[in-house]
Design a protein around this ligand. Structure first.
Ligand code: 4AD
Length: 430
């Protein structure tokens, strides 16, 4: 019977067949050990001369790292192995024998070499764990938002306007007219709250950012969520519940992966407590005390976020940034109109911003004034202004950068490992 390795424990004593790849081999003459990977897990196959068929023993001697195989054997309990089981091999069928030496070996390779071989690097243990955690984060997001009355709405990727900073747009020729790759689906999903109340999108976004940091990609995946009748404070509550649902899911489903990644699990558990909240003004004061040169009117740079987040165990909302450093669509704080009713959510252990969000300006005249003040083309935003003409309501939303969350959950130093094929200023291969 063909089985998946994740179910191997349910088959102790049975003869089963596994379809997979050779992760590693070792031999002590009469016994060949095959570490087999089938996508769902790993198992050690023990091939004993005389016990396995002669062909099986011969094949197990021939196979090389990454050869693909069909292996039949008996599942045995084995307390010493991490999976708790082992396979006494009876038959080995070689599907494809790797004749060339596999480029990624146990020795240390530099990041450039690994990134050039990303199509192969994805098979490595650490990389598998990172992608599995990414999958959990995506699923937890859909599940949590679905359970909280959000429906998934898709935003376009080709757009006539910018959503965030106009200097960070990838422009393309759309039948003789300029079009841009989306920076965020936010403006579009705002239209959908009038039909559905609460909505979210999830898709690739593009930023022609010149930032060459360990947390910037030019193509990344964003989840934007938007909700009618939700104000600034409640917007933060919604984000906190979502991020805590994500941490909970990763701790529940990916313990093996976190161990492979040598993640400090206690730190993730500590992060799953009520989040701290401070204003931008308070953050600046604290940063200045820590030695930063950031000013009261400034946005926080990546180094500021890192510095601040060395001092928190939980994520931190920094709210009410100066309006002038934020996007045109944000609502101003009625108590201090120089501030926006916004918050960035920063992750602990120096990880920095994972979410940007705000209450949106729902007044037609105010929004038009800001579109003009930001030198945006009024005509392009006619449709967006319409939303303030027909049943306008207070509403808020936020967007998370998937790779930033993956990076934090996995404890990786650089964002490039958190997406299957990273796109950065200096890389679009493979
Ligand atoms: O803060 P940002 O720019 O917010 C927006 O785009 C809003 N329209 C979202 C909304 O309110 N619906 O980006 C949101 C998140 C950031 O917090 C960060 O996690 C991530 O996107 N992000 C990046 N991730 C990787 N590489 C980059 N270059 C990123 N720029 C932003």
């Amino acid at each position: 019977m063909d089985i998946f390795l994740k179910d191997a424990k349910q088959h102790i004593g049975n003869t089963v067949t596994i379809n997979g790849w050779i992760n590693n081999t070792r031999s002590s003459g009469k016994i060949n050990f095959l570490e087999i990977r089938d996508g769902t897990d790993y198992i050690q196959g023990v091939v004993v001369k005389g016990e396995a068929s002669d062909t099986a023993f011969e094949h197990s001697t021939q196979v090389t790292q990454e050869s693909s195989v069909r292996v039949t054997g008996i599942v045995r309990e084995e307390a010493r192995s991490t999976s708790g089981v082992e396979l006494t091999v009876l038959e080995v069928e070689i599907i494809h024998l790797c004749a060339e030496e596999y480029p990624i070996t146990k020795k240390d390779h530099g990041p450039d070499f690994l990134l050039n071989h990303r199509h192969l690097w994805l098979r490595s243990k650490r990389q598998r764990s990172i992608q599995r955690i990414r999958d959990t984060i995506i699923r937890a997001t859909y599940d949590h938002l679905g359970a909280n009355n959000y429906i998934k709405i898709d935003a376009p990727i080709l757009t006539p306007v910018s959503c965030e900073d106009t200097t960070e747009l990838f422009e393309l020729d759309y039948f003789g007219e300029p079009a841009y790759l989306t920076q965020s689906g936010q403006l579009y999903i705002e239209s959908a709250i009038f039909a559905h109340g609460r909505v979210f999108d999830f898709g690739p976004v593009f930023r022609a950012e010149k930032s060459k940091t360990r947390r910037h990609l030019t193509e990344f995946w964003m989840m934007d969520a938007e909700a009618a009748f939700v104000k600034h404070e409640q917007n933060m509550d919604i984000q906190e519940a979502l991020v805590r649902a994500i941490i909970t899911a990763v701790l529940e489903k990916n313990m093996d992966d976190l161990i492979i990644l040598e993640r400090d699990i206690e730190k993730l558990k500590k992060a799953n407590q009520p989040f701290a909240r401070i204003t931008h003004a308070e953050a600046v004061k604290k940063l200045q005390e820590l030695g930063s040169e950031v000013g009261v009117e400034d946005d926080l740079g990546a180094p500021d976020e890192t510095m601040l987040m060395e001092h928190y165990d939980t994520p931190l909302f920094v709210e009410k940034y100066p309006f002038k450093v934020k996007a045109f669509y944000m609502k101003k704080d009625p108590e201090d109109p120089t501030r926006a009713l916004c918050a960035d959510l920063l992750a602990p252990e120096g990880y920095g911003e994972i979410i940007g969000g705000s209450e949106r300006e729902e007044n037609y005249d105010e929004l038009l004034k800001e579109i003009r003040a930001h030198n945006l083309n009024e005509k392009d935003f006619d449709w967006y202004l319409d939303l303030r003409k027909y049943g306008s309501v207070p509403h808020s939303g936020f967007g998370y950068g998937l790779e930033r969350i993956v990076m934090w959950m996995c404890g990786t130093k650089h964002i490039r490992e958190s997406i299957p094929f990273p796109r950065m200023i200096s890389r679009k291969y493979p």
